[in-house]
Ligand binder design. Sequence first.
Ligand SMILES: [Zn+2]
Length: 268
Amino acid sequence: MRKIAISTIMSLLIVSLLSAPGHAAEKPRVAVQWDRGLLVEGQIGRVYMDKNAVLFRLENNEMIKTNELRKAGDSFRIYSFKYIGKELFLGVGGGYFFHDTTATTYNTPSAVKKKQLKDRVVLKDALFPIAKNQYRPFTDSWGAPRSYGGSRPHEGTDILAKKGIPVYSATDGVIENRSWNRLGGWTYSIGYEGYSLYYAHLSKYEGNLTEGTIVKRGQLLGYIGDSGYGDEGTTGKFVNHLHFGIYDESNIAINPYPHLKYWETYND
Ligand SMILES: [Zn+2]
C-alpha cells in the first residue's frame, strides 16, 4: 500500500492549480519551465548575452576581470547579485559574475513561477544521502550527454566523493531492487511515496538489504564507488561518485538536482 503525505498532495494540488487550470486531474508537473530551461532552486534570474562579455571574479570586495569569455547568444542562470558602488554584478555561481552592461539582458521569474518552484520540491523531509563535508560541491548535470550504452541524456545528479564514503537512504522506503546494472554498477532502487530513488555506482552494499526490505531514512545502504559501464564487477571506468536519480509514479525521471539542493540546505 502506498502512503501519500498530505504535504505532497497539497503541493501537487497547488502546482496543478497554478499551472494547468481546468486540468486539475492531470498528472501535475514536477518541473517548472521558465524561459529557455528549468528554473532551479536558488536561481533568481537568467542573463542573455547580446554581445561577447567577460566574467568577473569577486576578490576582497572588488570585481576582478577574468579571461573567461562568454559568447553572444548564450544564456546563463543567475543565483545572486552584488553592487560595487552603483555598478550591478550578476552572479552565475562559483564566484563568477557578469557586469550588468549593454552586453547583457537580465530577466527574472515572476512570483507565480517562484511559488511553483517552491511547491514543486518533492520529498521535502528527505535527507541528503552523504554526510556533510564528505562530498565535493555538485552541479546540475541533468540532460548532459552520455555515450556508454548508446547516446542518451543524463538522468540524474552525480555527486563526487571518495571511495568507501557511506551512502545513506534519503527517505524511509522499501527496497524495490538491489542488483548489478550495466550502466549503474551496484545499485539500489528504493520506493517511497510513489517515487523511486536510484543509488548507483556503489563499491559495496551494507548488510543484506534485499528486495522487499524496509529501510529507514538515514539508514546506511552502502559505500561510494566507481562500479558500472560493463559486465558485473566492472570498476574504474570513471571517477568515484554517487549517481542519484528520482523516478516518478510513471517511471519518468525527474531532475534530482533542486531536490538534493533543498535537502542539503534545509534538512539534517
Ligand atoms: Zn550519473
